[in-house]
Each structure stands twice: as C-alpha cells, then as structure tokens.
Ligand binder design. Structure first.
Ligand code: ADP
Length: 596
C-alpha cells in the first residue's frame, strides 16, 4: 500500500512535466525505442560477427546483416547521446524556470504568522529549495525505468529461449546485491545523520578562519587557539564515527563483491563455459548470450534502483504538494476590493496575542486614526508597537475586536488592497543587491517619471548629491556583493535609502517603525520633521524610540500594559506630568550625560 502510494505521488508530480514541457515526451519515446533497438542489435551483431569468423562462410552472406546492425547501433547511439546531452538538459532548464516562477507566485499566500512556526519554516524552505527540480528528476527516473524495463524483457527473452537458468542466476544475484546495497546505504545514511551536527560545526570552524568578519578578532584575541582546539575535537569525533561505520559495512562490502563478481559474473561464465565445452551451444551463441546477460544484469539493477528512488522521491514530493495545496488561514480570505483610501481607521477594542504564545500583547485596544494625521507611537521595548502595525497591515487578524476602515471590517477586503494603503519601513528593513533606483521603487524604473520620482525621494532624505556624484547615478548597485562598482553605503545611508521608499510610493499612509535607529538623533529628528512637513496630505505613523524626535507630531500615543496609557500632543503630555513626562525626562538626561 505504501509502495503504491509512493508510485502514485511520483506519477502525480510528473503531470507537471507534461504541462510545462509538452514536447519532451516525444523525445523520451524516441529515446526509449532507440535504447531498445540498440541493446537488441548489439546482441545480434556479436552473434553474426562471430559466426562470420567461425563458420568461414562467404563474407557477403553476413555483410548485409552486420551492416544493418551497425547502422542501427550507430543511429540509436547518436539518438541516445543527443537526448542525454542536449534534450534532457534543455527541458530540465525549461521546467525548473517555469516551476520556480509558478512556486514563487504562490509564495504570497503564505500567512505571515506561519513564519513564527519553526516546523513550518523548515518544511517551507525544503519545498522551495527542492520543489522546482524534483518533478523533472522524477520524470527522468521514470523514463530510465521504462527504458530499462523494456530492455530487461527484450534481452532477457533472448537468453530465455535456451538459457532460462542463467536468467534465474542473474535475477538472484541482482536481488542479493540490491538488498546488500540498501543495507550499506542505510548504514551510511545513519552515519551522515548522526554526524550532521559535527560536520556543520566543522564547516563553521573552517569559515571562521577565512571570513573577514572574524579576522580582526582572530588577530587581536587568543580565540584562534580555542577554535583550533575545537577543530581538533570535532575532527577526531568525525574520524571516529567514520571508522566505526567503515568497520560496520566491511562485511557487507565483501559480500557484495562476492555476489557481483562471484555469483553474477562467475556464475554466468561458468554456466555458458560449461555449455560451450560440452557442445550445447556454439561460440557465436556464447558471445551473444554473454553480451545479453551483461545488459540484462545492468538493466535489471536499474529497475531495482528505481524502486528505491521512488520511495526517496516520495518524501520530497510530499513537501512539494504540501506547498501547492497549502490552505492559508488568513491570506486570500479577503473577498472585496477596497476602492478608496479610508478617511478613518478604527482599532476597535482589539485583543491580540501571537498564535501559540501566552499573553495578550494588545488588550481592549482603542484608537481612531484620521486621514492626514501625524501620529507617533511610543512605549518601552516589547510594548506592542510593531504588533499594532502588523495588525493594520493584516499580517495577523485581531483575536477579538475589529479594525474598521471607514466603519467596514477590514477583514473583508483583499489583503493586497489593504496593504496598498500603507508605505511601511520596518526596523529590520532589507536593502537588496539591486540598483539604487530599484531599491527605492522596489521595481524597475520604467520611465523618465519613475526616475524623477527616485531623484525626488533621494532629495527628501538628503542623498541626492551623494548619488548624483556616483558614475552610475541611480543605477549604481547598492551592495558590493556582485559588483565591484557597487556603492557600499553606510548603515545610516542605507536607512535613508529605505526611507526614500516611502517618499517614492503612492500610498496614503506612511509608517516608519524605528527605521532611523542607526542615525544620530539630529538626523533622525530632521528626517521625521521633513516627513511631517513634506507629506502634509498623508497620514503618518512614526514609531519612535527617542521621544525627542517626535515632539512635533499632532498626537503622541504612549502604549503601556497592552493598551494606550496616555495620548495627546507633546505639550499636553508634558503638562500632564505623568508617564510620558517621566520617560521624556529620563531620555533627555541620558542624552545630556552622553553628550557631556
Ligand atoms: P515593540 O514594537 O513595542 O518593541 P512588539 O510589537 O515587537 O513590541 O512586541 C510585543 C510583544 O510581542 C513582545 O513581548 C514580543 O516578545 C512579542 N512578540 C513579537 N513578535 C512575536 C511573535 N512572532 N511570536 C510571539 N511573540 C511575539
């Protein structure tokens, strides 16, 4: 039943090859026929060639038969080479490209929340890593299997006519060798699994010696001695495990050798030699059956190996179909288009806790955001500021309570439409190994208007001159990872580039989740002021670590104990003299001390 299931899965994934590479199957059929003709012709060619010499018959009698076999062998060999060397490679690329495209397009359905689950994460990574090529590999396996199976029958029946015992000997030996190989492979597989951690450590230690980021500490501290010791210990463990496994398989290796040379080859020679010696077959039959026996054994082994691979493939295929059949809990549930950007957003008595984690992060949270407002959200680390943003973006839905866009529950809207309202820069934003323009637009610049947008955004964050002075301008690559002429911007400059994304976007709500933390407080304040000043008609939500940088917003919201503790302008909150004022005073005195 299990085997049947494995077969079913293998066939199911092959369906994608038929879909993405419809022409491939015709070449495969040609390949299978060519392989079959090639195998059979070789057997007959040998027979005819030997007969020609032994029987001393006139050359002409055999010449035409030999010529036909030779031509068939050459043509079919050419077809096989062409198929293996060109057609397979070509379709493999076509398939992998199309499948990658197909799989990446599905990636947006994955719920953001699922990334919090490490098991999900591992399976997802495996599916994406392996999924694109598995289908074509299974197809190639399957084509090889069909070809080997047909060849096994064809050459097997040539032998069977007179020498069925020989077929039995070979089948017996092949099955024995298949079982022995499986035992040996399993032992090495267990060995690999058991030593995986040590091998990872080995690679890690190796890295510490050649990566630049470790070089300074290796030169200035005694850590290299420590690392070398660790290296020796790890290497000793690996070697010990290797020798242990080696000892464990040596007997099976010897047995395998005996089966392959002693029983299979020795048995074949003995059997045919005996028949030849006692005149039961002639020399030409001896030659041709010997060739057929060798081919039979090779093909039969391929057939058996295929069965092992079917099982292996099935494991990977499970991950692949898990990914294709993934049912999101949240993504793609929105059913209606959000036509206009909302005038008000109400966070209406929202409760939220992360899946599979304890306490509520937000509790009975109540907030109304009006279009065009400039808000700052402040509070200690871990108070739930980022969580609020993630809820607004529909990465998660409230556990209780609602978020309303113009009095309509935002759960009903397409996720894409909800997110289109926001331009967000997170604390852990990414800078991509792409050009400056691409990093700001997050797509290609397709027109002069796009380029102007990029320059304007650079102007806003004070990077225009710097980028203009570079030889490639906005087409300069941002990192040096792949380009020697890459810019290599500093941490602060990278933050400015990320912030420029907000200015280049069409969204009506700008959210800055502390992306300015690498900037000095003065630059941070300047950028915040600039955003407030330049984006008059936009709603702005700034999550700020340093309270002094957001004193000029319309409303400051202080989150504490899972809800809004205080709310008002800077002046109002200072005048109130409670939590905000204390926090503000503490930070101000810290800065004073630091700058003294
Ligand atoms: P802030 O932005 O105010 O620093 P966050 O919103 O990032 O705080 O986090 C609020 C709380 O939620 C913290 O206690 C944090 O540990 C927890 N938290 C954040 N992300 C997750 C997550 N993915 N899974 C579980 N808990 C989380």
């Amino acid at each position: 039943m299990k085997m049947f299931n494995s077969f079913r899965k293998n066939f199911k994934i092959v369906g994608f090859v038929f879909r993405f590479c419809p022409g491939y199957k015709y070449f495969t059929i040609l390949f299978i026929i060519a392989s079959l003709l090639n195998s059979v012709s070789k057997v007959f060619l040998i027979q005819k060639a030997i007969e020609l010499f032994v029987k001393e018959s006139p050359f002409g009698e055999f010449a035409s038969a030999i010529a036909v076999y030779l031509i068939v062998i050459l043509v079919t060999a050419f077809i096989r080479i062409f198929y293996r060397g060109y057609i397979s490679g070509k379709y493999r690329l076509v398939y992998i490209n199309k499948m990658r495209d197909y799989m990446y397009r599905l990636a947006h359905r994955i719920d953001y929340a699922d990334f919090d689950n490490p098991d999900f994460y591992d399976q997802y990574a495996r599916a994406l890593r392996d999924g694109a090529s598995r289908g074509i590999l299974v197809y190639e396996d399957l084509a090889g299997f069909v070809s080997s199976l047909l060849n096994t029958f064809a050459v097997g029946s040539i032998i069977l006519i007179t020498d069925w015992m020989l077929v039995l000997i070979i089948i017996f030996a092949s099955i024995c060798s298949f079982i022995l190989k499986n035992i040996i492979n399993r032992k090495w597989y267990l060995h690999d699994k058991a030593t995986e951690k040590n091998r990872r450590m080995y690679r890690y230690l190796n890295r510490t010696f050649y990566r630049q980021r470790y070089a300074a500490e290796i030169k200035t501290t005694p850590v290299s001695g420590l690392l070398v010791d660790k290296y020796k210990e790890t290497a000793a463990d690996i070697n010990k495990a290797y020798l242990r496994t080696q000892r464990g398989v040596i007997l099976y290796d010897a047995l395998l050798n005996f089966v392959e040379t002693g029983i299979e080859q020795g048995g074949t020679y003995l059997f045919l030699g005996y028949k030849l010696f006692f005149g039961l077959i002639d020399i030409s039959r001896f030659g041709s059956v010997l060739n057929a026996a060798m081919q039979f054994s090779g093909n039969f082994t391929n057939v058996m190996n295929f069965i092992t691979r079917i099982k292996q493939n099935a494991l990977y295929i499970d991950d692949f179909f898990w990914y294709l059949e993934y049912e999101p809990g949240l993504e793609t549930r929105g059913r209606e288009a959000l036509l206009a950007s909302p005038e008000t957003i109400d966070v209406d008595r929202v409760y939220f806790r992360y899946p599979e984690s304890g306490d509520f992060v937000l509790r009975d949270f109540l907030l109304t955001i009006k279009k065009g407002e400039k808000l700052a959200i402040v509070g200690l680390n871990g108070s739930g500021k980022t969580t609020l943003v993630k809820l607004l973006l529909k990465f998660y839905l409230p556990v209780k309570g609602k978020i309303l866009f113009d009095n309509q529950d935002y759960a009903m809207f397409f996720e894409k439409d909800v997110r289109r309202q926001f331009a967000v820069i997170f604390q852990d934003f990414e800078i991509y190994a792409l050009s400056v323009a691409e990093n700001i637009l997050m797509r290609r610049a397709e027109s002069a208007e796009d380029e102007k947008r990029v320059w304007d955004a650079l102007e806003m964050v004070g990077m225009r001159e710097k980028v203009a002075s570079m030889p490639d301008g906005i087409n300069t690559q941002v990192t040096r990872e792949f380009h020697r002429r890459g810019a290599g911007f500093s941490g602060g400059e990278q933050q400015k580039l990320a912030i420029a994304r907000v200015f280049a976007s069409d969204a009506d709500i700008y959210v800055l989740d502390e992306p300015t933390s690498s900037l000095d407080p003065l630059s941070e304040k300047q950028i915040n002021d600039l955003i407030i000043e330049k984006a008059r008609d936009k709603t702005i939500i700034i999550i700020a670590h340093r309270l002094s940088t957001v004193v000029d917003v319309d409303r400051i919201i202080l989150i504490e104990d899972h809800k809004i503790k205080e709310m008002g302008t800077h002046r109002e909150l200072i005048a109130r003299g409670e939590r905000y004022r204390k926090l503000f005073a503490t930070q101000a005195s810290l800065y004073k001390k630091a700058s003294r």
